[in-house]
Design a protein around this ligand. Sequence first.
Ligand code: CUA
Length: 323
Amino acid sequence: MDERSTGLHSIGDAMGRHAQDIDALWDVMLWVCGFMYLLVVGFLLLALFRRGPRRDINDHTQAHEERGLSASLATWTGLIALGLFGLTLFSYFTDRSLVQAAADAQIAIKITGHQWWWEIEYTDPNDPSRQLRTANELHLPVGTPVKISLESRDVIHSFWVPSLHGKQDLIPGRDNDIEILADKEGVYRGICAEFCGLQHSKMHLDVVVESKDGYSAWYERQLQAASPPSDPLAERGHGVFMATACNMCHTISGTDAGGSTGPDLTHVASRRFIAAGALQNHRDNMRAWLANPQAIKPGNHMPIVSLSADQLDALTAYLGTLQ
Ligand code: CUA
């Protein structure tokens, strides 16, 4: 079973403060516009099917009917103005509420969009040694306001986790940000919501919202450097990683690999998916990805590195140790 299908991905399942505001606004708009629509259609049908008998019209009945028409026109105009005013007011207060919720962010995160993956950096202005770099899986503590600054390295992408907030674009050369406050623990699906090239549809992001303790434990684990492999196969895989092109693009902290073109792999085995949500993270998928990433995500920037079956086995085993 695709585990992703359990990840919530709907503006109707609001799991965060901002998403609830947006959901409430959507409900009000739906009800007001739905009511107006039914009225219009109702009167239209009434006009279509009402065929009164021909009457002799004298001055008196004409004047009477015109008064009736003016009155109903005024009522109708008033109703529309009231509806629009109500929607504007509600929309304004929703906007205010979204801004206020952002005021006291406790965690600062930077997300950079790449074709076609998400680079995630947890920044700590007071202690640079606690900065953290990961990819495609955002972890957040429940009930904590978080500020995410959004940048792009190449083209315009859009960060969208419908269960937590609306969309925000990542635009090259421009600083954008978004605030999130997740109310319930769970795994929520995020996607890129702006067409950004061939693999736009395979640019997913998991948002794992966990208890504050769970989040702290995750953070401390992620801060640690990769432990050297202990079994011979993984050790050979480590050698393959360092001897081929892998280390030019990827970082594994605690080793000589320090590339920054591709995702940081220090704890790649701890993530639920690889290739920005394209594949579930298990041995067979990892091996298939390493053997030919272009077959799984054509056009992506990971080159095919020619490896023997033995080298592939070893490399897969090594990456599997990076918990
Ligand atoms: Cu990135 Cu669409």
